[in-house]
Design a protein around this ligand. Sequence first.
Ligand code: PRP
Ligand code: URA
Ligand code: MG
Length: 214
Amino acid sequence: MFVLSETPSIANHFIAELRDIDIQKDRMRFRRNMERLGEMLAYEVSKSLTYETAQIQTPLGVSETLLLEQQPVLGTILRAGLPMYQGFVNVFDRAESAFIGAYRGKPNDDYSFDIEMQYTAMPDLEGKVLILIDPMLATGKSVIRTLTSLRTFGKPASLHLVSAIATPEGVNYVQQYFPEAKFWIGALDESLNHKYYIVPGLGDAGDLAFGEKM
Ligand SMILES: O=P(O)(O)OC[C@H]1O[C@H](OP(=O)(O)OP(=O)(O)O)[C@H](O)[C@@H]1O
Ligand SMILES: O=c1cc[nH]c(=O)[nH]1
Ligand SMILES: [Mg+2]
């Protein structure tokens, strides 16, 4: 598991601003910080991918370099995933994209919930590098529901899960079903409250980015 905040960097500022109860009220800045954090994590993920030699013709000669063996598929879970996904597509600008409309349904009396899922727009995943972006990995239910339903689109060669903030509980839950998944996390927080929100976390990432949904 890669945790960006374990090595102090400017990315800590982006995460701090995402969390800051005052700064996060500026919706444009919240979305921009998710995007910038996405760009930082995209760079880190890119270092783990497979490269092959390529010759580049310059005006003065030939340069030999290493380029991606294959473009990844960038998947994201609506709504909160979109700004972080934008950061990834800024970096992996030749990648195919996948969109999943999965969300935590109306909570029961004990605040437990099921995942509702309708819309999916997926390319063929067989043999691809799949990068699934969802800023909050709380219980892990959204990610599991999503990955389970993606099985009908082919088996990816590798699976990368990207979150701005995650909990050990969410990581462990996903690892039970997808032990091959690689985790790329902005910051690892310690727990969930009784409403299954991450503590200290940042609040509701979708609402902060796009307004409270009814
Ligand atoms: O790990 P989990 O317990 O499944 O929680 C994480 C999910 O909850 C939030 O989505 P939400 O259902 O609030 O929808 P939204 O993104 O539209 O706000 C968040 O964006 C994650 O997708
Ligand atoms: O803390 C959390 C947990 C789930 N979804 C969010 O948006 N925030
Ligand atoms: Mg939400």
